[in-house]
Structures are given as structure tokens and as C-alpha cells.
Write a new protein. Sequence first.
Length: 83
Amino acid sequence: NETRKLLAHYRRCKDMRMKQVGTGRRGSSNASQQSCLVCSLMARHAKVMMEKHQQQLVQQQQQRQVADDFCYTVGSGYRAAHS
């Protein structure tokens, strides 16, 4: 229930910011100063979660590469020994 309230607030606030940008009432210099606390915290949380997910993807790719290299090395050694 609290999550729904936060998301509803974020959507209302985002819509309001988009309308302000559309009418030219907001300058780019003070855009970050006028963000509300809830939206700032939600944006920070989203950024942290995205960065964490990206790090996990990089680690998985590195692990796959190590496994592929190992399999290739072992396979090459096997083929050389049994040729």
C-alpha cells in the first residue's frame, strides 16, 4: 500500500514537472533544486538498483568468459594429447 502511494505521488509529480517544462516555466539551472524529496529519493534508489543490476550483468559475462576460456583450453589440451 505504501509503495502504491509513493508511485502515485511520483507519477503526479512527474506529470506536473512535464507540464512546467512544456510551458517553459522551469529553467535548466534550477531543475534539480525544485525536485521534491520523495522523487529525489526514488530516483536515487532507481539509480542504485540499475547500477547494481549492471554490475551483476558484467560479473555474469566475465564468469561466462572464464568458463568458455577454460573449456577451450581444456578441449585444446585434450585434442593435442590425443592426436
